[in-house]
Design a protein around this ligand. Structure first.
Ligand code: SF4
Length: 359
């Protein structure tokens, strides 16, 4: 593992300063930035528009901590789950979800997760560290390439719904989005409206998103619209009650004019009754929002089950009768544990993390 500073943590201004200090022309910084962000170079040798001397100077002072695909699995529905290896050997997972009309990348923001949502496989792993902006960005670049090479289609959407709670890695997540949306040559020039950050619900940070006037979409993993049930499902709710979340989401809406998506996984005999649906209706009318109903994917040793088709339909009908804007999302990639809540590094590294958690 290199102890040199990762060059991608530098701003273009800092890079210009570096070149001036080394007696080189500051415009080199622009060229290097283009190699790093637009062309995703993983070594200084690839930067062929630079002289050999310049490349050597860069190599003496900096590293490029690039993320690589350690392995991947393809589901029968064509969903691809990637295990990404970070420069320190940690593994995180990401997913490419192909649809007829869109290609979505689901990416991770932390190694493991410090929250302990009961339905989520990642929640059983210790949070080992946050990813930096470049590591998040690399996942997008690698999945984008996969979409182009395997499905001959451009990447159209990005969701921060993989491993980790994005709002607990706020700075890096926002920096990564800045790069993803930056116009060429500094980024991928994707529209912020194509990006969704999904949170388990940290009221203070939702308000901060409003203050920062972000342009991307926000989703709240709600999953229960009464505090007692939500506390059981997502312990983070004990410090971030539905009342506090509703207030934060209204604050966010006032500043961004952006409707939040309420994600609701339906669990058998836990949150799938008509009363649960009515509580969701009540919460929906408190917050400018729309609802995504998500089919549950049981995890190994998990306490929840998938609800029946009949109960799911009655639940959705109740929402529709009450004029809720609702989409039903069928799960993808179930056979390879790539579906929502299933990312848990079922490989050696994941085993290490699970053991750490047990200590
Ligand atoms: S659902 Fe998200 S926030 Fe909750 S444990 Fe899983 S990864 Fe963490």
């Amino acid at each position: 593992m290199s102890t040199k500073k990762d060059i991608r943590t530098l701003t273009i201004e800092e890079l210009k300063l570096f070149f001036v200090e080394k007696g080189q022309k500051p415009f080199r910084a622009k060229q290097v930035y283009e190699w790093l962000w637009k062309k995703s170079a993983h070594s200084f040798d690839e930067m062929t528009s630079l002289s050999k001397d310049t490349r050597e100077i860069l190599d003496q002072h900096f590293a490029i901590n690039a993320v690589v695909i350690d392995n991947f699995q393809v589901s029968s529905d064509r969903t691809i789950k990637d295990a990404f290896r970070l420069h320190d050997g940690n593994i995180v997972e990401g997913v490419l979800i192909p649809h007829a009309e869109r290609m979505t990348a689901c990416i991770s923001s932390q190694v493991g997760c410090s929250l302990t949502c009961k339905f989520c496989a990642t929640g059983r792993l210790t949070r080992l560290r946050n990813l930096d902006a470049a590591e998040i960005y690399d996942q997008v670049v690698l999945i984008k390439k996969q979409a182009e090479e395997k499905y001959n289609a451009p990447l159209t959407n990005i969701v921060y719904m993989g491993m980790g709670e994005p709002l607990l890695n706020y700075k890096a997540v926002l920096e990564s989005i800045e790069k993803i949306t930056a116009s060429s040559p500094n980024g991928l020039a994707m529209a912020p409206k194509r990006i969704t950050v999904s949170t388990a619900g940290i009221a203070k940070m939702i308000k901060k998103l409003g203050d920062d006037n972000v342009k991307f979409n926000l989703a709240l993993s709600l999953h229960a619209a009464n505090d007692e049930k939500r506390n059981k499902l997502m312990p983070i709710n004990e410090q971030n009650s539905l009342e506090a979340l509703a207030e934060a989401l209204n604050y966010f809406y006032e500043r961004t004019s952006n409707r939040v998506t309420l994600e609701y996984i339906v669990f058998k005999d836990f949150n799938d009754s008509i009363q649960d649906a009515q509580e969701l209706v009540d919460f929906y009318w408190r917050v400018p929002s729309k609802v995504n109903i998500i089919e549950y994917n049981p995890i190994d040793g998990g306490e929840f089950q998938q609800t029946t088709e009949q109960r799911l339909n009655s639940f959705v009908e109740h929402l529709q009768k009450n004029n809720v804007i609702v989409n039903v999302r069928r799960s993808r990639g179930k056979d390879i544990d790539a579906a929502c809540g299933q990312l848990a590094n079922k490989n050696d590294q994941g085993m290490i993390q699970r053991k750490l958690k047990a200590l």
